[in-house]
Every structure is written in structure tokens, then in C-alpha cells.
Design a protein around this ligand. Sequence first.
Ligand code: G
Ligand code: G
Ligand code: MN
Ligand code: NA
Length: 253
Amino acid sequence: SAISSGLRRAWERGEFELFYQPQVRLRDGEITGAEALIRWNHPEQGLLSPAAFIAVLEADSLAIPVGEWVLRTACGQAATWRAATGRNLRIGVNVFASQFNARGFVATVDRALSDSGLPPEALELEITEKVMLHSDAALTAPLQYLRTRGVGIAFDDFGTGFASFSMLKHYPASRLKIDRSFVGSGESPHDLAIIEAVTRLAAGFNLGVIAEGVETAEQAGRMRRQACEEGQGFLFGQPMPAAAFAALLEMPG
Ligand code: G
Ligand code: G
Ligand code: MN
Ligand code: NA
């Protein structure tokens, strides 16, 4: 397809770029890190969201090389920001299904860490249920190894899938990311009940919690009262180019 050959060219020409969206401690608004989000800088169409091309990347076996580039770029960027600010910033990196299921995934993560000098604790891999469902129990061991090394494992879009509990039981996590569909409309008693259940679940498993899609101060306050430590969303910042995130950290370049 057109998008398919376009993506291969984009990869060869270096048209992918990482944007960064701040993650914030709800108690005091302090930036704790960022989630890296890929964009395609299309020569004619401008910035394209991954929603439009992730499936094609997966189908064309580009997800593994592009995913490795995302990981290495994000780790390098985070190491630079940590060195420049002296702050204990974390970077969240989304993992493609085929990347996660490929042999050598753990080695790729290890190499990204050692080449960048980023401490394992500063990296959080974001894994969705969709990524997990296509994997088998054999993947528990690599994830366990990464956790043991200190790498964070966040369950992304938590609560939206059919197997959230099963994931918790079978894979090691360090944090739950409450999906924005529960956060954004949290005035409804049903959404509130889900948020309460997820934060209680997190406490029971000794995991951190972060709310996604926080758009208003009311939502941030509500999440804080529900014992959710951190938030991410348009209230704190849109996904932005690296230079803009650096400016937000009040550092040069
Ligand atoms: O940033 P945006 O809303 O356009 O992201 C759309 C979707 O693409 C989200 O589900 C997000 O998790 C996913 N995504 C964004 N960047 C990456 C990436 O670098 N790797 C993977 N695997 N998924 C990403
Ligand atoms: O699936 P994942 O959670 O990784 O997707 C992150 C996506 O959510 C990003 O592409 C980003 O554009 C989008 N996003 C981030 N914050 C907000 C928000 O406050 N509101 C909405 N509607 N979308 C958001
Ligand atoms: Mn994510
Ligand atoms: Na999400």
C-alpha cells in the first residue's frame, strides 16, 4: 500500500521523531519524567500520529527496527536531561507487540541502557494488554529479569482490556497507568468506582499508579484524593518536541 512504502521510505530518510509528554507528581506538580511518543514528520502531510501507522509498521516488520530506535533515542534523551538537570527523571517507552515478542528484546533493552548510561530504574516500558495477549507464558522470564534489574514495567491503558487481572497475576509490573477513558469522565459514579478499584488493586500489589488523560484541575484533584500519585495529560502538557520539553525543565537546549 501507499502508506506501507511511504513508511519504509520514512524510516530510511529519518522522518520519525519522538515527542515527549510530561508526567507530574500530583501532590506538588513536580515533573517526574515523560512518556516518549513517536511521530512521523511527513514531508507533505506534516506530523502524523502513530494511531495511523502503527498497525502498518507491525505488518511490515518495521516495528522491530523502529522500536529499537525509539528505545535508544528515548534512553539517550533521558540520560541527557538527567545529566543537565541533576534530577531523577524517568522515561516511559511504549513497546510494539512484535518487538516484545522478538528474541533478543531483553538484550536490546540492556544495550540501550548501557550505551546511554541511563540507570535501569529511569526506564519504564509501557506494555498494553494487546501486546501481552499475543505473547505466551515464556515471556514472563525476560520481563522478570528486566524487573530484577530495576527496569519499570507499566501496564498501559489499564482497565480497558479483558485480561487486566490476568496480566497482573502473570506478569511483573511496577506501575498501572489508569486509562484516560476513566479519568476524563471521572464525575460519573461508575468511573469513580473503577478508579477506586484500580488504585486499591495497585496498593494491594505494591504498584505505583499514574492517571492518563488528565485535562482539568478537578480531575487532577480527584485522582490525588484517590491515592493516585502521578498524572499525565493536557493539563500538564501536550506531547511536545524534545526542545520544548527541555524548556519546560528550564534547561538550555
Ligand atoms: O501519541 P498518540 O496519541 O498519537 O499515540 C497513539 C498511540 O500510539 C498510543 O496508543 C501510543 O501508546 C502509541 N504509541 C505512541 N508512540 C509509540 C511508540 O513509540 N511505540 C509504540 N509501540 N507505540 C506508540
Ligand atoms: O495509549 P497511550 O496511553 O500510550 O496513548 C497516549 C496518547 O494519549 C498520546 O498520543 C496523547 O496524544 C494522548 N493524550 C495524552 N494526554 C491526553 C489528554 O489529556 N487527553 C486526551 N484526549 N488525549 C491525551
Ligand atoms: Mn503509553
Ligand atoms: Na495509555
